[in-house]
Design a protein around this ligand. Structure first.
Ligand code: ADP
Ligand code: MG
Length: 706
């Protein structure tokens, strides 16, 4: 069922723990103790060998002074020794024929000790041992019982009193790949408290050898995993990571990602709106989504969305039914849902009639509200909930159900959960639950829901947020992202106007009709050829934002205005020292102003950005960035994700934009940087979209100086 080199980390036949201390609170010892107790409980089947040259016996077991002393084969070694001894321990492991090692010890690059890191790297290479870490809590496998977390489930306060300190979840289908041990703990604890399950956890630490993408590939081929929660800080080879997300999705797993480092200001030279607006953060988010991942904003969402997807499928659409016995909750939940873009649509007429009939028969309370949200009122009991829910579910018009059986009214008891769960299972919809409070009753209600396959939340806000996040999953159709060879950044120079026009037209993008003129007469002739009204602007590509210097004159309707504009523009150009490039006379385009930009991202290579454009684009900040080249389905996803995508459906008397034509334009444009590695930044702003006509009005580009 499971294969590959990494299997040894999760399913070894034998484990040696190097650094098992006499002191019960030392990390190596805590790990050893847990492994032993897991063996005693019959969960862990692997043999466990303690190693420490200063000990000879522990709990009546022999403690080995070194790995080589162990006569049996050792598959996995857990190393919890002072950092200076780690490289040597890895070498010894290699000699012993060990396949994998988890280096728990810290004290490497994370504290600036690059020399020690280098010697560990050499030891790994020489020994052939696969290493997870260093500086990691390691792995936990709920099925095999391998667990190197040094967390205690029960701890004593300083006065000696014991208290629960942590709850390891039972078996489930969520796997966690994390760059932080603390974060993995957060998720585990959340899942444990909720009675939810886990498949396995791997924390990569400094990622000197075994990497996040490799682990993702492992879980992509793991039958027990249905959801992978990923926490990343730094991403090395962006496209490799994306390819592993694709592999996971292809194999039917969901991917939930939290990326840290939002405030990191990328090193970038902003010659274009795209470059100043689209940072590393935006690129990571867009790229992850393009690869089919759900991107969350915080740790809580990482845990909650993973939990939801381990129990439920993402919804097919955004239509939500709400069922409760609490009027206030129904109103608030409905508001929250609509504010998040979910659709709280009407319950169909015949379903309402069925509800009313139930009322007549006294099977649901006479005061029940039988529209969506359905509010059964405080006098509803479990049976009423079940009957009403059947009607809602059988209506078949909802993609998701939010069930809020508030436990407080006297008629309500916990049996409602199993009744609802039965209907939920048959419904084919995505179902989540909610009950408020921290009392034993509240917690029991939620735990029961989870046990019955319904992810349950204490707060409505969380329930709605989870539904919103899981209803925005892109299903990639591509096989992979082509590998991109990074080009070291060099000095850039602007691409001249004529070349830009040629470049975009070669890629099937239409540019607004224009002529460059140098005299008044030429200006008038050009305007007459093009047809009034025309637009005139400074031609020089050195002026990054022409509007800012008064370099764009719109709505020119006659000869006199042409002359005035020409003289004004030439005098501005003169002052700026760019007069020799002349003045552009351009047709007046109309429609929705979009921005279509491209740049090279350090992590992902060429990217493409589409957004609401014009001179206010950086203020509006409505854009999405994906990895180039994009396909049509991805371009479509991009357009649908814009907050103002409604503008494309026709506004201010404009005809609706031809989506197909716009998709093609995005696809074609995204290929330019891929095919022309000398170009570093390229931007059309605005790209004017009017019905079928998609025209590039203002193009700029920067290339590496040869
Ligand atoms: P810059 O971005 O350098 O300031 P643009 O050529 O993009 O210069 O012009 C600024 C704004 O003027 C555009 O965003 C658009 O609103 C308007 N504009 C420019 N050219 C045209 C045109 N040919 N037709 C219609 N509007 C135009
Ligand atoms: Mg512009």
């Amino acid at each position: 069922m499971r294969r590959g080199e990494l299997d040894t980390f999760f399913n070894p036949r034998s484990i040696a723990v190097v650094g098992v201390s006499r002191h019960p609170d030392k990390i190596g010892r805590v790990i050893y103790d847990r492994l032993l107790s897991s063996r005693r409980q019959g969960v862990l089947r692997a043999e466990v060998y303690p190693v420490n040259p200063e000990l000879s016996e522990l709990y009546g077991h022999r403690v080995f002074s070194s790995l080589s002393e162990i006569n049996q084969e050792v598959d996995l070694v857990v190393i919890a020794v002072p950092s200076s001894l780690v490289p040597q321990t890895v070498l010894e492991a290699g000699e012993k024929g060990v396949k994998a090692a988890i280096v728990v010890s810290g004290g490497f690059s994370e504290v600036g000790n690059d020399q020690l890191t280098e010697s560990l790297r050499r030891a790994i290479k020489q020994s052939g041992v696969r290493v997870l870490g260093p500086n990691t809590v390691g792995v936990m496998d709920a099925y095999t019982g391998v667990n190197t977390f040094f967390t205690r489930e029960v701890k004593a306060f300083s006065d000696g009193r014991n208290a629960q300190s942590f709850i390891f979840p039972g078996r489930g289908s969520i796997s966690i790949v994390s760059q932080s041990g603390a974060l993995a703990h957060y998720i585990l604890d959340t899942l444990g408290e909720r009675g939810a399950g886990i498949r396995a956890v791997a924390c990569v630490g400094n990622q000197i050898d075994v990497s996040i993408p490799e682990l993702l590939s492992y879980f992509a081929n793991d039958a027990l995993t249905s959801v992978v929660a990923v926490y990343v800080e730094g991403v090395g080879n962006g496209r490799e990571l994306l390819n592993r997300f694709l592999e996971l999705r292809r194999n039917g797993k969901q991917v939930v990602v939290l990326k840290a480092g939002r405030t990191l200001a990328g090193k970038r030279t902003a010659y274009t709106h795209t470059a100043s607006m689209v940072g590393e953060w935006e690129t990571h988010i867009g790229a992850f989504k393009q690869a089919g991942a759900i991107v969350v904003d915080n740790v809580k969402e990482l845990a909650e969305v993973s939990l939801a997807l381990s129990l439920q499928k993402p919804p097919r659409g955004r239509r939500l039914a709400i069922l409760t016995n609490a009027g206030g909750f129904s109103v608030i939940a409905s508001d929250l849902a609509q504010a998040s873009g979910l659709e709280v649509i009407q319950l169909p007429e015949d379903s309402v009639e069925k509800m009313e009939r139930l009322k007549g028969e006294g099977r649901i309370p006479p005061v029940a509200v039988t529209t969506n949200p359905v509010d059964l009122s405080g006098s509803a009991d479990s049976a009423a909930f079940e009957e009403a829910y059947k009607i809602v579910s059988e209506s078949g018009v909802f993609d998701m159900h939010l069930l809020m059986p508030f436990h407080v009214p006297p008629m309500m008891d916990e049996r409602v959960v199993s009744k609802l769960a039965e209907v939920a299972r048959a419904s084919g919809a995505t179902v989540v639950g909610c009950d408020t409070g921290d009392t034993e009753w509240s917690v029991t209600m939620r735990t029961l829901m989870v046990k019955n396959g319904i992810p349950a939340y204490k707060d409505m806000e969380d329930a709605i947020r989870v539904l919103t996040l899981i209803s925005d999953v892109f299903t990639p159709s591509r096989e992979s992202f082509p590998v991109y060879e990074a080009r070291s950044s060099e000095a850039l120079e602007p691409i001249v106007r004529e070349d830009l026009l040629e470049l975009v037209s070669k890629h099937g993008i239409q540019a607004a009709r224009e002529e460059i003129v140098f005299t008044e007469d030429e200006a008038v002739e050009a305007a007459e050829r093009i047809g009034y009204p025309v637009v005139m602007k400074i031609a020089s590509e050195k002026i990054v934002h022409k509007t800012d210097v008064g370099g764009v004159q719109l709505g020119i309707t006659d000869r006199a205005q042409v002359l005035r504009a020409f003289n004004k523009l030439t005098s501005i150009a003169e002052k700026l020292g760019v007069r020799e490039r002349g003045v552009v006379v351009q047709e007046t385009a109309q429609g929705v102003e979009l921005i279509l930009g491209s740049k090279i991202d350090e992590t992902f290579g060429p990217t493409v950005t589409i957004g609401i454009g014009g001179v206010l684009t950086e203020v509006i900040r409505d854009f999405i960035t994906l990895v180039s080249p994009v396909q049509e389905d991805e371009a479509d996803y991009m357009l649908n994700r814009l907050r103002l995508s409604k503008l494309l459906d026709g506004f201010r008397g404009y005809p609706p934009v031809d989506r197909e034509a716009l998709r093609k334009t995005i696809v074609n444009f995204s290929e330019i940087l891929v095919e022309n590695p000398s170009i570093a930044q390229l931007e059309i702003n605005p790209l004017m979209a009017y019905g079928e006509r998609i025209v590039a009005v203002d193009i700029r580009g920067w290339r590496h100086r040869p």
